[in-house]
Design a protein around this ligand. Sequence first.
Ligand code: FAD
Length: 340
Amino acid sequence: MKRRADLDDPNVREVIVVGGGIAGLSAAIYLGRAQRDVLVIDSGHSMAKWEPVVQNYLGFANGVGGKELLKNGCTQARRYGASFASDEIKTVSARKSFFVLKGKRKTYRARRLLVATGIFHLPPEIPGVKECLGHSMFFCKDCDGYRVRGKRIAIIGTSNETVEYALGMLDYSACVVVATNGERPIWDRQHARWLAEYEIPVARQRIRDVDHRKRKIRALEFASDAAIKIDYIFTTRGDIFHNELAKKLGAKLDSDGQIKVDHCMRTSVPRLYAAGCVTPANCQMIIAAGQGAAAAQAINRDFFEESLASHSLRRFREEQLEEEKTVPEVSKPKAKRRKK
Ligand SMILES: Cc1cc2nc3c(=O)[nH]c(=O)nc-3n(C[C@H](O)[C@H](O)[C@H](O)COP(=O)(O)OP(=O)(O)OC[C@H]3O[C@@H](n4cnc5c(N)ncnc54)[C@H](O)[C@@H]3O)c2cc1C
């Protein structure tokens, strides 16, 4: 017998996870294994798809493709009963005991909602560089710094973060240049001083084109026809946080737009949880997976406490006692033969 949170309306799911990327899938595995009625709604744009070889995920000594990780995660979640819908949730509202989610295709209802909608890294405004994404153009020093050891690296951007990326990259390569793509730098004096002190060159011209073959970058070509040979680009234009649903429900966000959560991934709104890159996490797959699992554990705990408070566990137990064998049969001990 499987227990479901007590509901009058069978169309209300126990849990909906919006976002079937790394955090959402990890949560779905935990929720499925806790025998929750869980639906994952996903619009299919996980950032993990962009990474051909993930090298820093525990357990894959030779790396694993981001797409493969998602596919396996999906199969694993289905194995434990999670169901999936391909849809994009456009808006959400809260009722007394459940949420109503309106998607492009359908409307959904759930007692608990986990937002695992991720972020979007803004690509640089340079023509023809999109196909190099994940191959020779990156966003994340922690994911990709190791791969570019000893190579020629350009950091594109104008902010303090750009300068800090360039400084951080010195651990991996001596050949680091900052390129502002013709924009006025907005880094502060301290960061300007560091650029000078660490002798990191700054190319200030507009980038006209990126010379690349088979997704491998070869040079940055400037408006003046000058060019510099480089192997890899890191870009620091910032991120868009997919926080709209949490915002609509009144959840607290930080100044960057990340959804504020406690250590169990509960937001400031009751019954609403968030996990992965849309929270103030370090945006790494293994961290997103851990956060998804933590959110699922919190949801399970909250359901459990609710079932004690509402006595639904008691009612379930009564049904069990009526319908099922609840005590293992005890076999009689075999009579011992007496020795003659
Ligand atoms: C080029 C690149 C390389 C990377 N390489 C690495 C690496 O090597 N190692 C590493 O640890 N990390 C890497 N990352 C980061 C990694 O991809 C993220 O940390 C991880 O995907 C975050 O998981 P998430 O679940 O928070 O978000 P995502 O995996 O991005 O999933 C979010 C999901 O939510 C869905 N969604 C959003 N809004 C809605 C909505 N309204 N309705 C329905 N669905 C919605 C999206 O379609 C998406 O599927 C890389 C990222 C990029 C871009």
